[in-house]
Design a protein around this ligand. Structure first.
Ligand code: AMP
Length: 558
């Protein structure tokens, strides 16, 4: 129970850390933080099953900062005391940024450097020469610096973290990691954070941890139904487009939304489809330069966009390349489970904030992929909603997910989304029209056009934006791609087409692009989710013909 949770101020933390935590607006520790921080402060090695969004970064960062602050009171020698290994550059940036926030009141005493980025080893040398207290990097980059003697850890290192440990292996960092260990001292405290406890993580555990405490926390890797509501609706291809159009255009889905599709091509197909109705959306495509993707996510987090279309067919974020380049050459024998691991896994590295809804436009092909997609919402203590569209060909995948999430429980975690498709028949013609306009050729052109655009943004303008960072704000990623024929009337919905039950209740998205909202949502608050999403009830339950319009409108407003 929340009331019984150990509080931050009861953990014996330095006042500067407590102040930073308060500034972040964190009223209480998350479950993993409550369990991990005291154990870590006792000096225990930890193996924690922690999903992204559980507050795992602070679960290891807080004890690291506390320990550095405490030891600096007696020994003021500046040295690298903590090393955090991450599988991707993006995660590296996020970890650094989290530590910067947590050290906002003691930034002179605890310095952090992220070396996972793109800069060359030699460019990063001066940063390491200053011996930051905490170094964040990918195994290959850290190893390169150790070999070049830019980084010396064998006498100073006190704490080691391997974050997203399962991915570190599946990205081919295994040998880099093993080589790196030879450069570390004999004794240090270790934390292994991993979303899954697979064989690789077991192997890493043997290698790194000494008498560790294992924290599995809740059986489920997703929050329970009081925080995360999960729905499914059976619909075939055309109905998927019809339904998404209705949900977005009538703003039945509100708040920041991630739309997951099965392939990159389908991302563009969906974008071009929505574009015809003046519903702006960005495509997060792994083919785009990493800067573009990070920029897009950071703008999404700042409230520039409400909808991102993503596919986890490939990677949302590219893994940093291991020194052996193994992840690219994954042997065919390893494909299967491991390759799948990699596919869904990478989408975890990106930190979307305050996502109110995840919509699986296409159902994920594995349970893990479902967990990682849906885990983007209902993070920390925020509420969230997940809705999956399921075609008949996707039913077996749905069954697998249900089985895995519910286990022996009689009640399914995924509830049917009771939406009366027949009431939106009136929209079918315009949707068909829009679908017809999105030909294969149009998708190909859009894909190419965006890559060209983003390459230009990313390469040619990189230097310019380094000098003029404010202008970067002007770059938007949800611009129309336009290869489809645009019919102006499609942007608006005539009143007669709106289902009777929803007239007066919904507020169709107008054709004008909404003003950019730069102000981020209040920390920890997901503004709104599916309209009429009353706990314990189905959204759109009032989407029922009751005979009286007034009554319906009233019910729908509840
Ligand atoms: P992580 O699992 O580390 O990626 O964290 C997910 C999100 O939860 C981040 O945006 C953190 O800022 C946020 N967060 C971490 N700890 C807390 C907390 N105790 N209360 C509220 N939000 C938190």
């Amino acid at each position: 129970m929340a009331a019984e949770r150990l509080q931050f101020h009861e953990m014996g933390l330095d006042d500067r850390l407590l102040k930073a935590v308060a500034d972040l607006g964190w009223s209480q520790p998350t479950l993993i933080q409550e369990k991990a921080i005291p154990l870590a402060l006792e000096g225990k090695d930890l193996l924690a099953r922690a999903r992204t969004g559980s507050g795992k970064t602070a679960a290891y960062a807080i004890p690291i900062i506390q320990r550095i602050l405490a030891s600096k009171q007696s020994v003021r020698v500046q040295d690298v005391r903590a090393l955090i290994l991450v599988p991707t550059k993006e995660l590296g940036q996020q970890v650094q940024s989290m530590i910067r926030q947590l050290t906002s009141c003691c930034s002179r005493d605890v310095r952090v450097a992220d070396i996972s980025g793109k800069a060359d080893v030699s460019t990063q040398r001066p940063i390491l020469m200053e011996k930051p207290d905490v170094v964040v990097g990918t195994p290959s980059r850290v190893l390169a610096h150790l070999k070049a003697q830019n980084l010396v850890l064998h006498s100073s290192l006190e704490m080691l973290v391997v974050d997203e440990a399962d991915l570190v292996f599946s990205f081919g960092f295994e040998s880099d990691l093993k080589n790196l260990l030879c450069h570390l001292p004999k004794i240090y405290q270790s934390f292994l954070m991993s979303a899954t406890f697979n064989e690789d993580v077991q192997a890493l555990k043997e290698l790194l941890l000494h008498n560790p405490v294992t924290l599995k926390l809740q059986g489920s890797q997703l929050p329970d139904s009081s925080q995360l509501q999960q729905y499914t609706i059976k619909c075939e291809e055309e109905d998927k487009f019809l339904l998404i159009y209705t949900l977005l255009k009538l703003q039945l889905v509100q708040g920041k939304t991630l739309l997951f599709v099965g392939a990159v091509d389908r991302s563009y197909r969906l974008k071009l489809f929505l574009e015809q109705f003046a519903i702006p959306a960005c495509v997060l495509n792994s083919e785009l330069p990493v800067q573009s993707r990070c920029h897009l996510i950071s703008q999404f987090n700042q409230g520039f966009y409400d909808i991102i279309i993503a596919s986890d067919e490939q990677t949302l974020v590219q893994p940093a390349v291991s020194s052996s380049g193994k992840e690219k050459k994954q042997k065919s024998s390893e494909k299967g489970a491991k390759a799948k691991d990699k596919e869904y896994g990478v989408s975890r590295g990106v930190d979307f904030q305050n996502v109110a809804n995840v919509i699986n436009f296409d159902f994920p092909t594995s349970v893990d992929s479902y967990i990682h997609r849906v885990g983007r919402t209902a993070r920390a203590d925020n509420p969230g909603t997940a809705l999956s569209f399921v075609a008949h060909t996707e039913l077996s995948a749905l069954e697998e997910v249900e089985e895995s999430l519910c286990g022996d429980k009689a009640e399914s975690a995924l509830k049917p989304y009771e939406f009366r498709m027949e009431e939106i028949e009136g929209f079918r013609y315009r949707c068909r029209d829009a679908m017809r306009a999105v030909t294969k050729q149009a998708v190909r052109e859009a894909r190419l056009k965006e890559i060209k655009q983003e390459l230009l943004n990313s390469e040619k303008l990189k230097t310019y934006f380094e000098d003029n960072p404010r202008d970067l704000q002007l770059l938007r990623h949800d611009k129309d791609l336009h290869p489809a024929v645009i019919k102006p009337h499609m942007k608006n919905i005539p009143d007669y087409l709106i289902p009777e039950t929803l007239r007066g209740v919904v507020n169709p998205l107008s054709s004008r692009r909404r003003k950019r909202r730069i102000k981020p949502a209040a920390e920890g608050v997901v503004k709104s989710s599916f309209k009429k999403n009353v706990p314990g009830r189905n959204p759109l339950k009032s989407f029922r013909f009751t005979g009286s319009r007034n009554k319906k409108a009233k019910g729908a407003k509840s």
